[in-house]
Design a protein around this ligand. Structure first.
Ligand SMILES: *[C@@H]1O[C@H](CO)[C@@H](O)[C@H](O)[C@H]1NC(C)=O
Ligand SMILES: *[C@@H]1O[C@H](CO)[C@@H](O)[C@H](O)[C@H]1NC(C)=O
Ligand SMILES: *[C@@H]1O[C@H](CO)[C@@H](O)[C@H](O)[C@H]1NC(C)=O
Ligand SMILES: [Cu+2]
Length: 394
């Protein structure tokens, strides 16, 4: 905690509600110094709200991957591998033939909620609960008692392939995919905005494209899916069936440089004071912005590529959780800078409100069946209430 007080003293800040945010210079924003400072302010703010069973000795400190010692990184990798080897706990009634392991279950838990928890009111809170479920399973099933590590994209905005998270060493989560040359650009036509014409986004393919080449998780087996990304109709059989194949990746610095830099994350936190805009810009929701499609959320997904582009079964890649943990961190920092005014949700309960559905309120529930019981959305706002969350980011 030493560095937190150091940062605060340096700024000579008074803690009030809402917190006074320093006027950061552009250089501090671009270098990540500002984001670090905002994280520190959020931590101090959050720690004033601990309650229930979330006593100081129980709080999990979620940290950036490269701040873990190498032995701890190996320990975390071993815990994830352990989870991948545990049997499925889904009912064996034939609904999900591809659910052989707990790792498949987690992909399924995301898959069957996909069209309700993206581009909807519950995007941030549902993924928060999903991450908590993963963190809890890592502890109860596989003995990982430290907080869930996250991936600070900004540290890799010039070179994703060189990231300690993806360098293929035994302290990474595996390398890039095997390079597949000669692929065309990605062309995304984003529909659902105010104009009938889609918003077109183009970027080059990454440096992989095939199965993970080396390092941990090279041998991870993917079973569910793939979900058809070209719009062809899907069936339960294709999405939930048992279709064993490798885990692929296509690391790509281009999407990070354009959508998930330190500047992008920091501006997102500082620019909006309501959840509609904050979440809309984070996710590139076309109903909120056509100028800034993709958002930091899409930037991270496309930077990893491969299966993490699949909106339905992306949790098969351990990178998914690192990426979403960083999103939850950005959300958490934003909330804790003005907590009393940032405990709301906005929107309905279906993707882009298709089909139309009622507005979601904080009295509604979210769940990650069958691994976690339903909780009220309002109980997902304070991450140190003990009901059920007990974590902060450092
Ligand atoms: C998948 O199965 C569930 C019941 O298990 C059913 O309600 C649903 O309509 C099915 N979806 C498709 C696309 O077949
Ligand atoms: C993201 O930040 C980079 C500089 O770090 C900038 O060039 C780019 O325009 C930003 N993207 C968005 C969508 O604001
Ligand atoms: C849902 O929320 C929107 C936006 O705030 C509002 O305009 C609309 O009236 C709400 N609908 C209902 C049924 O409350
Ligand atoms: Cu998701």
């Amino acid at each position: 905690m030493q560095f937190l007080s150091a940062l605060l003293l340096a700024g000579g800040l008074a803690i009030a509600s809402p917190i006074n945010i320093p006027n950061y210079a552009q250089a501090a924003i671009d270098s990540g110094l500002a984001l670090k400072g905002l994280n520190a302010l959020a931590t101090i703010s959050a720690l004033t709200r601990t309650g229930g069973t979330c006593t100081p000795n129980k709080i999990k400190y979620r940290r950036e991957w490269r701040t873990l010692s190498k032995p701890d990184r190996r320990k975390f990798i071993a815990a994830v591998k352990c989870l991948q080897g545990k049997p499925s706990v889904l009912p064996k009634d034939g609904t999900v033939p591809g659910a052989i392991t707990l790792w498949d279950d987690l992909a399924y838990a995301h898959a069957w909620r996909t069209f309700f928890v993206h581009v909807s009111a519950t995007f941030l809170v549902w993924h928060r609960y999903f991450l908590f479920t993963y963190e809890s399973l890592l502890e109860t099933e596989c003995g990982w008692t430290q907080g869930l590590p996250y991936w600070e994209w900004g540290l890799d905005e010039n070179n994703v392939r060189g990231s300690p998270l993806f360098d293929g060493s035994d302290t990474s989560i595996g390398s890039d995919g095997i390079f597949i040359p000669g692929r065309p650009d990605f062309i995304l036509d984003i529909i659902g905005g105010p104009n009938p014409e889609p918003v077109r986004v183009v970027f080059p393919p990454g440096t992989g494209g095939g199965c993970i080449e080396r390092g941990p998780f090279k041998d991870t087996v993917v079973r569910l899916g793939p979900f058809p990304l070209d719009g062809t109709p899907w069936t339960n059989e294709t999405v939930y069936g048992n279709n064993p194949r490798c885990l692929d990746r296509d690391l790509n610095t281009n999407p990070i440089k354009r959508w998930s830099t330190f500047r992008n994350s920091t501006e997102l936190i500082l620019s909006y004071d309501n959840i509609r805009e904050f979440q809309g810009f984070l996710e590139g929701d076309p109903r909120v912005t056509t100028e800034k499609p993709i958002g930091v959320h899409g930037g991270g997904h496309w930077a990893v590529g491969g299966i993490t582009r699949d909106p339905v079964i992306s949790p098969y890649d351990p990178a998914f959780y690192f990426h979403h943990n960083q999103l939850d961190r950005i959300y958490w920092i934003w909330q804790n800078l003005d907590f009393n005014n940032r405990k709301d949700v906005f929107g309905t309960g279906t993707w882009g409100n298709v089909p139309p559905s009622p507005n979601v309120t904080v009295e509604d529930f979210i769940d990650v069946l069958p691994h976690q019981p339903a909780i009220k959305i309002k109980d997902s706002m304070n991450t140190v209430s003990g009901a059920p969350f007990c974590y902060v980011y450092v």
